[in-house]
Design a protein around this ligand. Structure first.
Ligand SMILES: [Zn+2]
Length: 330
């Protein structure tokens, strides 16, 4: 299967992990921001997490450089536009991009300005390329509960205008869900859809709690339901969709190698899985590459790939009209 040509859907992609290295250099030069290097290959080495990275926390260190250049309306718009352009170029037909607005306030932008800039970049790309998108607002679970309320409250004006969902991300601790019950419940009342990073680093029970306490409809990663029967069963029974990111999962040591990834076992057992990049730059990958890895590693056929594509369409937070259109690409 030639995955550069096949239509693809991406549901799990972080804006700050997917900035073009040359854009980081370009903006830093213009703004006089200091970087460890202005050489493209050297900056790539700083940005890309190696496959033998030690942990999720080690992986997350790679995000400090891109965030240096994501502090103005113009830059946020440009970076979002370029991400959609890169995705459209490899035949991604629909992409949900997520980002944490509170990481972009360092030079005085308001949360509303930040969200609007990202939406503007997405809309401009939608006008120019054959791709549609939506935005997911991430709350950092390393920040306070108040900060999650702030994102939920300020983001709600953008629901129906490009923003569709709320997410919790960053370093994963056992039992984090309990802390965020109130802001996520408020988000649901406002009409946000809910996807939560959980079960990425060894704690399957977090997936159970994300579904039971936070009403998660989708789970970012969910690799470790493999070690937690209750989490596994609830995901299967409620048809909670897993947004899996194979390369990222090897880098963060959720799995030791691709062959140990549970995605295919889950799929065969009737769990709804999807394939995603997580971070195009930090994981040095593309959707075509991730689909290739999965299908190659587990000898999947076209029919199985189509099932995963359809899982992604159904699980997307797109409107019905968009979903119908996406199904026709197959
Ligand atoms: Zn993620």
């Amino acid at each position: 299967m030639n995955f550069s040509i096949l239509p693809k859907i991406e549901l799990h992609c972080h804006l700050d992990g997917s900035v073009r290295p040359e854009t980081i250099i370009d903006i830093a030069k213009k703004e006089g921001t200091s970087l460890p290097s202005f050489d493209k290959e050297e900056i790539k080495r700083e940005l890309i997490a190696p496959l033998d990275c030690e942990s999720l926390d080690e992986y997350l260190k790679r995000f400090s450089i891109p965030n240096l250049v994501m502090q103005s309306n113009e830059n946020l718009k440009r970076i979002t536009f370029e991400l959609f352009e890169d995705a459209a170029e490899e035949n991604v037909k629909y992409m949900e991009v997520r980002f944490a607005p509170l990481l972009h306030t360092r030079k005085g932008l308001s949360v509303e300005e930040i969200i609007q800039s990202v939406i503007d970049g997405m809309k401009e790309a939608e006008d120019q390329f054959d791709i549609k998108g939506n935005i997911i607002l991430s709350c950092m679970r390393t920040m306070s509960v108040e900060s999650a309320f702030e994102v939920v409250e300020k983001g709600k004006t953008f629901l129906g205008k490009g923003v569709v969902a709320i997410d919790l991300c960053a370093s994963e601790e056992e039992g984090f869900c309990g802390k965020f019950v109130e802001p996520i419940s408020l988000a649901r009342q406002y009409g946000y859809r809910v996807t939560i990073h959980a079960g990425e680093t060894g704690i399957g029970k977090n997936v159970l709690e994300a579904v039971e306490l936070l009403g998660a409809e989708r789970i970012g990663h969910g690799v470790f339901i493999k070690d937690c029967v209750e989490a596994y069963n609830i995901v299967k029974e409620k048809q909670i969709v897993l947004e899996m990111c194979p390369t990222s999962n090897v880098q963060t040591k959720a799995v030791q190698q691709f062959s140990a990834h549970p995605i295919y076992d889950f799929h065969r057992d009737g769990i709804k899985v999807t394939v995603n990049t997580d971070n195009r730059t930090v994981s040095d990958t593309t959707m075509a590459e991730e689909c290739h890895i999965v299908c190659n590693e587990f000898a999947m056929n076209v029919k199985e790939y189509k099932q995963i594509y359809l899982n992604s369409v159904e699980a997307s937070f797109a409107d019905l009209k968009t979903k119908e259109k996406l199904k026709k690409y197959l």
